[in-house]
Design a protein around this ligand. Structure first.
Ligand code: NAP
Length: 253
């Protein structure tokens, strides 16, 4: 079975790793190419956009892909929409691997907003010390609120830096645990966090840290994603694939 995994997440890497040595699967992983030095992957990897849904559909046809797995980040809404459309255009089965969102726990002070622009507004007029736990390409709207001090953590450096007088940049690749993130929040005297509801363990440290320190979190809501057969874990994705492989073998495909 020829499988294309749309990746860029810990789950896509784990799924590719689990399938790498199987003789009944030929897996290609696709990355957008956002990070300068992506982690080593254990299956053949291609990098860069396909040129929209039509481009992805053409790739599926040209490479004779049997199954497309959308294991992208829950906020990567464009590629997920493209995956749904391309699977229709090329008549290729689609499975979405979507990690569940974090739920609010007792003590959490979340201010939920629709967009990053709304998150800027939610910080208010008075100067604050905000930890921006967002992608480095998404933080430009905070230039509209230069009265705040920003702590920005990203995998690659923010270049150019934000056009604001007070910003501190850290480069680091997750995962991030609660103890370390709590220490970070305290060290930088952070009084508010801006985050996405990414789900999973790798970036939960700041959420747990905020709860422990009684800090508010401006939480940007998840975007709407297309309807698709979906699972929440790598194990369930493997079970779905095993079923698809058995069904194809029974049909003699
Ligand atoms: P996006 O806005 O949904 O996609 C924008 C365009 O980037 C797509 O139309 C596609 O270009 C290309 N693209 C995205 N993911 C791709 C992939 N896996 N393989 C090939 N092309 C891809 O995506 P995004 O939010 O910028 O995320 C980009 C990547 O970073 C994804 O792989 C995602 O899993 C990962 N990521 C995103 C976030 C986040 O918060 N958004 C967080 C962690 C990791 P074409 O239309 O030309 O095909």
């Amino acid at each position: 079975m020829k499988i294309l995994i749309l990746g860029g997440t810990a789950e896509s890497r784990a799924l590719a790793g689990a399938l790498a040595k199987r003789p009944d699967c030929a897996v290609t992983l696709s990355l957008a190419g956002r990070t300068a030095k992506p982690l080593q992957q254990c299956v053949p990897t291609r990098t860069g956009g396909f040129g929209g849904a039509e481009g992805l559909a053409a790739f599926l046809r040209d490479e004779n892909i049997d199954v497309l797995i959308d294991a992208t980040h829950p906020y990567a809404a464009q590629i997920s929409a493209n995956a749904a459309r391309a699977s229709e255009l090329a008549s290729v089965r689609l499975l979405a691997l979507r990690r569940p969102a974090w739920g609010k726990a007792q003590g959490d002070q979340w201010i939920e907003v629709e967009t990053i622009a709304d998150a800027v507004e939610a910080l208010g007029a008075a100067p604050r010390r905000a930890f921006l736990a967002l992608g480095r390409k998404e933080i430009a709207p905070f230039e509209r609120a230069p009265q705040h001090t920003y702590l920005v953590r990203s995998v690659d450096p923010v270049d150019p830096p934000l056009a604001v007088p007070h910003a501190i940049y850290l480069t680091a690749r997750g995962s991030f645990n609660e103890a370390d993130d709590r220490a970070l929040l305290e060290r930088h005297r952070i009084d508010v966090i801006v985050a996405k509801n990414s789900g999973g363990d790798a970036s939960y440290g700041k959420i747990a840290g905020a709860r422990a320190l009684h800090l508010p979190v401006v939480m940007v809501k998840r975007p709407a994603l297309p309807e698709a057969a979906s699972v929440e874990t790598v194990e369930d994705a493997l079970a779905w694939l095993n079923h698809a492989i058995t069904a194809a073998a029974t049909r003699g495909v």
